[in-house]
Design a protein around this ligand. Structure first.
Ligand SMILES: Cc1cc2nc3c(=O)[nH]c(=O)nc-3n(C[C@H](O)[C@H](O)[C@H](O)COP(=O)(O)OP(=O)(O)OC[C@H]3O[C@@H](n4cnc5c(N)ncnc54)[C@H](O)[C@@H]3O)c2cc1C
Length: 413
């Protein structure tokens, strides 16, 4: 008997991983997206496969840091005044999620989803013909003062409690480990089991090409809504007409909320906008990704050069990019990596799809049993994509996923 036809809305890394896993299990698949594969948020991330990212942003006490972040024009967080009223309810839920007992549960849920990333990416990348894009060489957090190092102690405790390997280097040992770094770095926290993808766009493009080679249709159209019958999705309505399907996966990243609402779920999805600068021909490159402990941005060695990526701007989906934030990343990167010179610079802004409790929405739509949600991965979508894909494929098959899905339920808010 032929497998059900699945429509996947969104050709970001999450949608493409879901589509690949479904195709591997024999489903005919149609991927619907008006943009070319991987060219939205999945294009410009820092490339880290953060097995250890069980530390949510909503940590107890993070509020104390917010005023100083906001006062620093180039700091890790920015909220334009016109967006304060709009973002207030989301920030309130973010605050509630920072209660210590909730943080432990969130850390468990993140850990369950993310710790398997490299093991689950390897077969997908090999299937797509790009096994070399999944690297496991570790990454590091670099601090310019003991106070900043100590300020992240809670995160280290959450990681260590979940078995994450951590080594701390100080003084001369920092430069011995990574000679590219500035002498101003006092502490380096090395996480040897982490991974990275030196070209996230190429990974998405390879998945898309493999999907097409396997018979999937990539439809360049925007999904507008659904045709429902007997509480099931019968077709996805798109700019290019209806796409009939037996099941649908909603993986439209930061744009998923209106479509989820049409499927009966109101989720408080926001976007945490982030920026990068991509430097061609850099003269100084760290051998593994290094994050600034103070600035919360990563400097990642990429196939095309050096990428400096990070920061959070709460300004919604429609505002123009503020590339002064990307310029600030470049300046900070030059302080971090003395002597850094480079060729052409490309600036980029992307929309992280973010829920206030730092967990994605993964699971069936509460009242529509053949619709499945896979969005809201925030800072860890590249990392969380392969486990999400396996869960979604299990759900479509009516099988029990490998982890408990209650922390990711769409109706948890
Ligand atoms: C600066 C920065 C650094 C980051 N660093 C990392 C990192 O190191 N590691 C990590 O794991 N994650 C990182 N992330 C997060 C990661 O990039 C995202 O979580 C991930 O890309 C989200 O993938 P997605 O497929 O859900 O969304 P997207 O890549 O945004 O894809 C969603 C797709 O849905 C499509 N779409 C939208 N609306 C519709 C519609 N109506 N119909 C059809 N299609 C639609 C869009 O066109 C898009 O192609 C970073 C993000 C940023 C911004």
């Amino acid at each position: 008997m032929s497998q059900p036809h699945v429509a996947v809305i969104g050709a970001g890394v999450v949608g493409l991983a879901c589509a690949t896993q479904l195709q591997l299990r024999g489903h005919p698949v149609t991927v619907i997206d008006p943009r070319p594969p991987g060219e939205h948020c999945s294009l410009g991330n820092a490339g880290c496969l953060s097995r250890a990212s069980c530390v949510p942003l909503c940590l107890p006490g993070v509020w104390k840091k917010v005023p100083s972040y906001l006062l620093d024009q180039n700091g890790p967080l920015s909220i334009p005044p016109r967006y304060w009223a709009r973002i207030a309810p989301w920030l309130w839920q973010f605050h509630r999620a920072s209660a210590p007992s909730r943080v432990e549960r969130t850390a468990d849920a993140l850990h369950a989803l993310l710790t398997v990333t490299i093991d689950k990416w390897r077969p997908l990348a090999a299937h797509a013909g790009v096994p070399e894009l999944i690297r496991q060489e570790g990454y590091a957090f670099a601090y310019e003062s003991e106070a900043a190092f100590l300020g992240d102690a809670r995160g280290r405790r959450l990681r260590e409690a979940r078995g994450v390997k951590i080594e701390v280097l100080t003084g001369g040992a920092v430069r011995e480990f990574e000679p590219a770094l500035s002498p101003s770095i006092t502490h380096l926290v090395w996480l040897p089991e982490q991974g990275h993808v030196p070209n996230p766009l190429r990974l998405s493009q390879a998945l898309a090409a493999r999907l097409q080679a396997g018979g999937a249709q990539l439809l360049a159209a925007k999904a507008r809504g659904f045709q429902l019958g007997d509480s099931r999705v019968r077709a996805v309505q798109t700019d290019a007409g209806p796409v009939e399907c037996d099941a649908v996966v909603l993986a439209a990243g930061a744009h998923s909320a209106p479509l989820a609402a049409q499927l009966g779920s109101r989720v408080p999805l926001e976007t945490e906008r982030g920026y990068h600068v991509m430097l061609e021909s850099p003269t100084v490159v760290p051998r593994i990704p290094v994050m600034s402990g103070e600035g919360k941005w990563f400097a990642t060695p990429m196939e095309q050069g050096l990428r400096i990526a990070g920061t959070v701007e709460l300004a919604g989906l429609d505002a123009e990019p503020d590339y002064a934030r990307a310029d600030a990343l470049l300046e900070a990167g030059k302080r971090f990596l003395p002597g850094l010179a480079h060729g052409k610079v490309t600036k980029w802004m992307g929309h992280r799809p973010s829920l206030p409790d730092a967990l994605p929405v993964i699971g069936p739509a509460p009242t529509i049993p053949n619709a499945f949600f896979a969005f809201g991965h925030g800072h860890v979508g590249l990392t969380g994509a392969p486990a999400t894909a396996e869960i979604v494929a299990d759900l479509v098959a009516g099988a029990r996923p490998f982890i408990d899905l209650s922390p990711y339920a769409p109706n948890r808010f």
